[in-house]
Design a protein. Structure first.
Length: 132
């Protein structure tokens, strides 16, 4: 049904942790199954973040915010990056909503609303980048 409309299979999506702008396995190497609640079948295995992984992510974010490129980025760069995220979400709303609906059992129309709301939130925040 909806899942058939995906541009690629679930197995082709990234299932690792995104830390410091890189997809990495969890420190422990553990994964857990994402289960489709409507069928009870496994969708895929995803990396299982531990407190060690959270600490790595927080340290990377802190570095980016205080010493990395983001710390010196102009408001135009920050605004444009947030708008690019919004553009990507908006362009792929059907696909993202299908994944969200399949993964957690949320009705598709509600998942579409959630993604659309995320688009609006990113655009709102991008608008503030040049107001500070």
């Amino acid at each position: 049904m909806l899942a058939r409309n995906l541009k690629r299979s679930f197995s082709s999506y990234q299932t690792q942790l995104l830390i410091n702008n890189k997809f990495v396995n969890s420190v422990s190497g553990d994964t857990f199954a994402s289960i489709n609640p409507s069928t009870g079948k496994e969708i895929c295995q995803v990396s299982d973040a531990t407190p060690d992984d959270v600490n790595l992510a927080v340290a990377a974010a802190h570095h980016a915010f205080t010493k990395g490129e983001w710390s010196n980025a102009s408001y135009e760069v920050r605004r444009d990056l947030m708008n690019r995220v919004a553009d990507h979400l908006e362009k792929n709303i059907q696909e993202i909503a299908t994944i969200e609906s399949t993964d957690n059992g949320k009705p598709f129309h509600m998942a579409c609303y959630d993604v659309a709301t995320s688009v609006k939130t990113f655009r709102y925040m991008a608008g503030w980048a040049d107001k500070i």
